[in-house]
Design a protein around this ligand. Structure first.
Ligand code: SF4
Length: 296
């Protein structure tokens, strides 16, 4: 059975000679089968030669050749992503059962799955599900995620929380698609109140990406809301809470990759050598100075 593996994961497992400055702490796998039927305008998987997903290339392997390297590694998790292709639900079940022998906890990030399939996955080694909310407003989602109704992923999020419970579902949100911080805050609050964690991705398409200062504010706002504040409190806190932020976030927690435990996604939305958008580890003191400067 063919499976695609992120170049960082293959490098970490020694399946090629390339070296990385930052290594994943999760094995990122992708079901083959582009083009994806989703038609998301920012995603290379919606075109025939979908070699890339975000900024990452995904060479193909036989899944049997992946089991021992992952099993023997100290990777904390496996993340299986699926494009919207024929039979993606059955194939996701097949891949999960093939990887069960690795003994690693598994996250699945796939287009809408039925509650029956979600339950079957949970009966196996899947303990987290990632949901592609992507654009944070229905209007932007309708324009950018063209082949789905703009509300279907919020409904899917609700189904997944019913099956997996609180804080075991991550809502993937893309920052920089034309929304403002208030719209982002309301989407984060909605997901958090529903019992999901929020996982941020910096928009990247054809060289376009949001301003770093805006992205840092989006990260901080998300963290403040996940700490239990409502959108207005979080926004005003960001404006007035400089001292609190400096004292409480010197470890850089708000600026690290958010999502399932063990997910760090190095270089997913950052070119190697450039300043990380989502830090795959604790930022250094120097990096924190730059972050604070960008927050203004
Ligand atoms: S948060 Fe990370 S591990 Fe979890 S589904 Fe998303 S990409 Fe995968």
């Amino acid at each position: 059975m063919e499976i695609r593996v992120s170049s960082g994961t293959t490098s970490y497992l020694g399946l090629n000679d390339s070296k990385c400055m930052e290594y994943p702490s999760t094995a990122y796998l992708l079901l083959p089968g582009a083009p994806c039927r989703g038609g998301c305008i920012y995603c290379p998987q919606s075109s025939t030669h979908g070699r890339w997903l975000s900024r990452v290339s995904w060479p193909s392997f036989d899944i049997d050749d992946m089991i021992d390297p992952i099993k023997e590694s100290d990777l904390k998790r496996i993340c299986i992503q699926s494009p919207d292709v024929e039979g993606y639900d059955d194939r996701t079940l097949e891949v999960v059962s093939a990887l069960e022998t690795t003994g690693k906890p598994i996250s699945v990030s796939a287009p809408p799955l039925s509650k029956e399939v979600l339950q079957k996955l949970q009966d196996g080694p899947v303990d987290y599900v990632g949901i592609g909310i992507d654009a944070v407003t229905n209007e932007l989602r309708a324009k950018t995620k063209r082949n789905y109704s703009p509300i279907v992923f919020w409904e899917y999020l609700g189904d997944a929380i019913e099956v997996y419970g609180l804080n075991h579902v991550t809502a993937h949100m893309i920052v920089g698609m034309g929304e403002n911080l208030e719209q982002l805050a309301h989407a984060v609050y909605r997901a958090s109140k529903s019992g999901a964690r929020v996982s941020l991705f910096s928009y990247v398409s054809k060289g376009n990406e949001p301003d770093l200062s805006y992205y840092r504010k989006a990260q901080l706002l998300t963290h403040l809301i996940e700490e239990g504040r409502n959108p207005n409190d979080a926004i005003s806190f960001m404006a007035n809470g400089k001292k609190y932020i400096e004292e409480h976030f010197e470890n850089g927690e708000p600026f690290r990759t958010r999502g399932c435990p063990g997910c760090n996604r190095p270089y997913y939305t950052t070119r190697p050598g450039k300043e990380h958008r989502n830090y795959p580890r604790q930022p250094t003191w120097e990096e924190m100075q730059k972050i604070m400067k960008d927050l203004g």
